[in-house]
Design a protein. Structure first.
Length: 380
């Protein structure tokens, strides 16, 4: 009997060791090793719900979802009140694009523990695309259950921003940053403030983010853009230069740098930057618009259009191609719709010059549209 007790104690020690190794390997993201450790634990105790749950987690990370589902279901057969297993089951079904089954699993976890912030969080993630308002309620519940659930604050802020509820999103980012300062959160806060046209505060947020992550090209680009809005052209160019060092082939960065140069009245440099952007992305219509607008400002559009320089000819052909594409894809359909609407409206009330009226109205529509594009470019 004593021998049996010793064997039992030895097996318990081996089981604890295998479970501990599985957890350690999982934390180190060595999921194959974690799977092997959990399998050893199950060799020692086939009815260990914890081992089946751990095995399912490792298989989920290895994207072996069907096998993971079998393991988590076995864990729940052995221990139906294992909340972590219900949450994992929901995540697996979420990865399998089975929303109803995922919701059912999360709901079961919440039935067992209505204060489980993790279950509320995952439920919110699942609902965010199709039922954003219900997702907000789930995130709010997660925060109410655990005010330190940073991911719930983050997800709620992102969703509020997407719903154009920017002031509420800003409040979430403020609460989030009181708990943990992450570069991405400062970056997102800066984006929200930019949307609210609170440009000085936006720059401050971007500066906080850069202290934590100084080599983020998108962050530097956004900072440059808001500095340009503030009329701080030289600072904007410095920010774009840093971003370009990190991503020298990003055509949008060269375009934005050109806009900053144009704002400072450095038109030749601006055109060179627009050309650089177009060399990288020939169909970049925004760069073509900016370039042609700048040429008009310099009163050089005519000479550019009739230049016989071979290089200028190549650039001009590309620019005209971009303008034609914009006209065909965005202007022409609207003109046709307007013309046909006017034509049939005038025709049915018995007016004679219906065709001429339709052409005149469509032309007016086109002129107004082009004028809008001009004003938009002027604002830039």
């Amino acid at each position: 009997m004593r021998e049996n007790e010793e064997f039992r104690l030895e097996d318990d020690a081996l089981l604890r060791s295998a479970l501990g190794q599985g957890e350690e390997f999982a934390q180190a993201k060595e999921f194959e090793a974690a799977l092997s450790a959990y399998d050893r634990a199950l060799d020692l105790q086939p009815d260990s719900a914890i081992a089946w749950h751990g095995r399912s987690k490792a298989l989920t990370e290895l994207k072996q979802l069907e096998a993971a589902l079998i393991s988590v279901d076995r864990a729940l057969e052995l221990q139906p009140d294992l909340i972590e297993a219900w949450i994992l089951r929901g995540q697996i079904f979420q990865d399998l694009d089975s929303s109803k089954a995922a919701i059912a699993a999360f709901n079961q976890a919440l039935t067992l523990d209505p204060n489980c912030s993790e279950a509320w969080l995952h439920q919110g993630e699942l609902l965010a695309r199709t039922h954003p308002r219900k997702a907000l309620e789930s995130y709010s519940n997660a925060i109410e259950c655990n005010p330190n659930e940073t991911e719930a604050w983050r997800r709620r802020a992102t969703l509020l921003w997407a719903l154009n509820r920017q002031h509420e999103a800003l409040g979430c980012y403020d609460a989030l940053l009181e708990q943990s300062e992450q570069a991405d959160d400062w970056h997102s806060r800066g984006n929200v403030l930019y949307g609210l046209k609170r440009y000085d505060e936006s720059v401050e947020s971007y500066d906080h983010a850069l202290q934590l992550n100084p080599d983020n090209a998108q962050l530097l680009a956004n900072r440059g853009e808001v500095l340009r809005k503030l009329g701080r052209g030289d600072d904007a160019i410095a920010s774009f230069d840093h971003a370009i060092k990190l991503q020298p082939k990003d055509s949008k960065l060269w375009h934005r740098r050109g806009l900053a140069l144009r704002q400072l009245g450095r038109f030749e440099g601006a055109i060179a930057n627009f050309d650089r952007a177009l060399a990288m992305q020939p169909n970049f219509c925004g760069a073509t618009h900016s370039k042609l607008f700048t040429l008009i400002k310099l009163k050089r559009l005519k000479s550019y259009l009739f230049s016989k320089n071979p290089i200028e000819k190549m650039k001009r052909a590309n620019d005209l191609h971009n303008i034609a594409n914009v006209f065909i894809k965005s202007k022409l359909p609207g003109c046709v719709v307007v013309a046909l609407s006017v034509f049939f409206s005038v025709y049915y009330i018995g007016a004679i010059p219906s065709r001429l009226t339709a052409i005149a109205v469509a032309s007016a529509f086109l002129i107004i549209s082009l004028l809008g594009d001009w004003l938009d470019e002027a604002k830039r």
